[in-house]
Design a protein around this ligand. Structure first.
Ligand SMILES: O=C(CO)COP(=O)(O)O
Length: 261
């Protein structure tokens, strides 16, 4: 079964809501509708931008999807500063990133936390983008496959097979994030294939074949073609390059199989 590629732009902590509107308009203007038949394109802005982005997408019937970068594991209550999955669902979010390495590193998120967040997202009919990936010292010691597969299997613990089907996986080697140092297509494929094999082991081949596995780490329009040409890479989680509307549109068009006119 063919998996539809997904290009998701993780804006991280960039752009206020006015800048967000300008960027979404730019992407929508630069990327003709016909490309959306071949690639799903999502923007993942900061929480404070989501309402503006949702209003624009809905109002102009744009084909872009949108999501959030994080979520609380709790549904409601005395959790000052947190944003819940029901709140994000109400804002029409399609995707929620969980377990990004920046959250794991700066906010001490463990696999158990990531697992509870993924469950909260699924319970509210959105798709979690579960991020995994090794730091440089693990890669240098040769433990990258083991590290990433174990993060994934722990992150999905206790989910039913029909929930696992909704999950998107993102392999983001920490050493390739924001460094300009993209993993070679072969390196990325090695880990993405291992992640799919681990999913097949645990949930069966049919489910593993349905799940989209993205690569993330210094993805640009100039390298997406080679990455997406790999058997087990179904798109990208894009940081820096998603902040430039023309570049993000170009990158998305490349993932759809052809350059922009
Ligand atoms: O962390 C990333 C996306 O979630 C990747 O960021 P860069 O594309 O800026 O390397």
């Amino acid at each position: 079964m063919a998996r539809q590629p997904l290009i998701a732009g993780n804006w991280k902590m960039n752009l206020n809501h006015l800048e967000a509107i300008a960027l979404v308009q730019k992407v929508a203007f630069a990327l003709p509708e016909k490309y959306f038949a071949k690639v799903e394109v999502a923007v993942i802005p900061p929480f404070t931008d989501i309402r503006s982005v949702q209003t624009l997408i809905d109002g102009d019937k744009l084909l872009l999807k949108h999501g959030a970068q994080d979520v609380s594991e709790h549904d409601s209550g005395a959790y000052t500063g947190e944003v819940s999955a029901p709140m994000l669902a109400k804002l029409g979010c399609d995707y929620v990133v969980v377990g990004h390495s920046e959250r794991r590193e700066y906010h001490a998120e463990t696999d158990e936390v990531v697992n509870r967040k993924a469950r909260a997202v699924l319970k509210n009919q959105m798709a979690p983008i579960v991020c995994v990936g090794e730091p440089l010292e693990v890669r240098e010691a040769g433990g990258h496959v083991e590290h990433s597969t174990s993060q994934l299997i722990n992150g999905l613990k206790g989910l039913k097979a029909e929930q696992v089907r909704q999950v998107v996986v993102a392999y983001e080697p920490v050493w390739a994030i924001g460094t300009g140092k993209v993993a070679t297509a072969a390196d990325a494929q090695e880990v993405c294939a291992a992640l799919r094999a681990a999913l097949a082991d645990k949930y069966g081949r049919d489910i593993a074949d349905e799940i989209r596995i993205l690569y993330g780490g210094s993805v640009k329009s100039s390298n997406i073609g080679e990455l997406i040409g790999q058997t087990d890479i179904d798109g990208a989680l894009v940081g820096g390059a998603s902040l430039n509307g023309d570049e993000f549109a170009k990158l998305s068009a490349m993932a759809a199989g052809g350059p922009l006119p």
